[in-house]
Ligand binder design. Sequence first.
Ligand SMILES: [Zn+2]
Ligand SMILES: [Zn+2]
Length: 265
Amino acid sequence: MADGIREMQPAGRNGRAIRTGGRFWRKTGDAAVQLLFPRRCPVCDRIVKPSGEKICVECLGKLKPISAPWCMKCGKKLRREGEFCEECRDGRSHYYTAARALYEYGSAAPSIYRLKYGGRREYGDFFGEEMAACLGDFIRGTGAEGLVPIPLHPKRQRKRGYNQAEVLAKALGGKTGLPVYDKILVRIKNTAPLKNQNSKERQNNLKKAFLVRKNDVKLNTIILVDDIYTTGSTVDEAARVLLDNGVGKVYVVALAGSEEVSLWH
Ligand SMILES: [Zn+2]
Ligand SMILES: [Zn+2]
């Protein structure tokens, strides 16, 4: 039987043929996907021209990266020169070690809304690359061994089709070379939307929201990835659970950060 197969398909030649064919179909497949589902601009949502780009040239300037000074702990933009925001001034306001967000929330809010609820998963490629480019120094400085996206509850993920934090983490991991561990942290409580809740209510709502599956890979330092950083209560609860389960240090990166309470998170 085995001899028969070898006779019909010489193993070496066959192996090469499959590899070459794979490359060919991947390239052709990408072009076909571009043709059938042209990439849309994360800012204006129109089809990006020329094909192959991820954002319109004129839209690039509409996303506003958070500029200095920012809080050295939570990454929030500071109103005046200083090291920490009012909340972080005592240095013990959060379980995580430090957090950074890329964009001012207002400039990225409509894009993030479509990324989360409008099926615009493709925006993740552009945003992940930008996070790698702009937050790269911070990410390298942490010495982290991997990225962990903030999970959605399975019910919510099924409804939405994907987890936007995981999409961002994978694009960011692709650019930074950091592996993405999307199975370590699990959401076991389908929390009510946190809008209109004060910080105490948010904390109570998030209690027992996360579970760490056995930290088999024994990660010491990780970076949590989320789309929006508002009060930090979600990432903080995730960080607390990870630290309780043997992780040594937790950092946070988010696509956008704001002082105001988000409408959607
Ligand atoms: Zn555009
Ligand atoms: Zn702060």
